[in-house]
Design a protein around this ligand. Structure first.
Ligand SMILES: [Zn+2]
Ligand SMILES: [Zn+2]
Length: 320
């Protein structure tokens, strides 16, 4: 039996390649909790008095976020929101059941929002309208914009101080590289944990798991007895997005040079902190969308939601 390199007592069960350590289950999960604690403190993601809204889908990353947050925060000040997109064949009943069960176990509020109720159309209906009109917008774009809107709305009307999402290190490096490749400095800043909230109508979003590898969230969930999400979103494979290409590329790089993803995100963080953040702090309050009144980007007449919906021929002021 190989012994854990941290406690020196229990059997090592996980090889953590980026740290070159073999760890037992307890030391591995404790390492994740402590790294998240460190990241939360480093960027003051939330304070003890904050009311936190966890935006969860029900998959393994959701499980890990919930499990870690209850170690770090008073569960009496935590709530859950989950958005049901309305995607056929993407079975969410089990995931929803687990989220409802967790909310009962910990006695926390759960808000379930369906896009059908919130926007008037399910994601499938939106995608269908988009392809009828040949808009060339990927399903992930509709989904991202509409989910974000629904989550912010729930956080705002229920008076939460922060929205926590379960994005992991792999997600964050993909997003950073996408923003760099597109030359999108504004989004590069927005994605940094210290980016200013540019409107009083936006609830600050933070990502406590941003330095935890995707494989680590899988192993954490497995070691804690969480069963895996069965279905993958059918739209993921519908066409090769830049994100999917980067995911495959980064997987190869990480395999041959363990620790690369961590180094990339740390380099991006430090670049944004040294060069870009000071400019962002002088920005004025965001302008309002002409159709719905929601905050929108500088120089834009419509917010992203109204823009997408109007291109689909839908005129509706979705709440924000
Ligand atoms: Zn150990
Ligand atoms: Zn709008």
């Amino acid at each position: 039996m190989k012994v854990c390199e941290v406690c020196g007592v229990r059997e090592a069960r996980v090889l953590q390649k980026h740290s070159r350590r073999a760890l037992c289950a307890e030391c591995f999960t404790a390492d994740i909790v402590e790294r998240v604690r460190g990241e939360v403190a480093r960027y003051s993601m939330f304070s003890p008095s904050d009311r936190l809204l966890l935006a969860l889908s029900g998959g393994k990353d959701s499980f890990v976020l919930m499990d870690v947050v209850k170690e770090l925060h008073d569960v009496g000040r935590v709530g859950i929101v989950t958005v049901v997109e309305g995607i056929e064949g993407y079975n969410r009943e089990e995931d929803l059941e687990w989220l409802k069960q967790s909310s009962r176990t910990y006695g926390i509020d759960i808000n379930i929002v369906t896009l059908k109720d919130f926007v008037g159309y399910s994601l499938d209906e939106v995608v269908k309208l988009g392809s009828l009109r040949n808009l060339g917008v990927s399903p992930c774009t509709y989904c991202g914009v509409l989910r974000r809107r629904a989550i912010n709305y729930v956080a705002r009307v229920h008076g939460y101080d922060k929205v926590l999402t379960a994005h992991n290190l792999d997600d964050e490096v993909q997003t950073s590289l996408m923003n760099i490749l597109r030359g999108d400095t504004a989004r590069l800043i927005q994605n940094h944990p210290l980016s200013p909230t540019l409107s009083r109508y936006f609830v600050k979003r933070v990502k406590p798991l941003r330095k935890v590898y995707e494989w680590e969230t899988s192993v954490y969930a497995y070691l804690k007895g969480f069963r895996f999400q069965g279905a993958e979103c059918p739209y993921i494979t519908s066409r090769p997005t830049l994100r999917a290409e980067l995911r495959d590329y980064l997987y190869e790089v990480e395999l041959s040079r363990p620790g690369t993803l961590l180094k990339v995100l740390e380099a991006v963080d430090s670049y944004v902190e040294r060069v870009l953040l000071s400019k962002a702090s002088q920005l004025p309050e965001l302008p309002q969308c002409e159709l719905c009144g929601s905050p929108t980007a500088y120089g834009r007449r419509l917010c992203a939601t109204c823009d997408l919906l109007s291109r689909l021929g839908i005129v509706k002021a979705v709440p924000y």
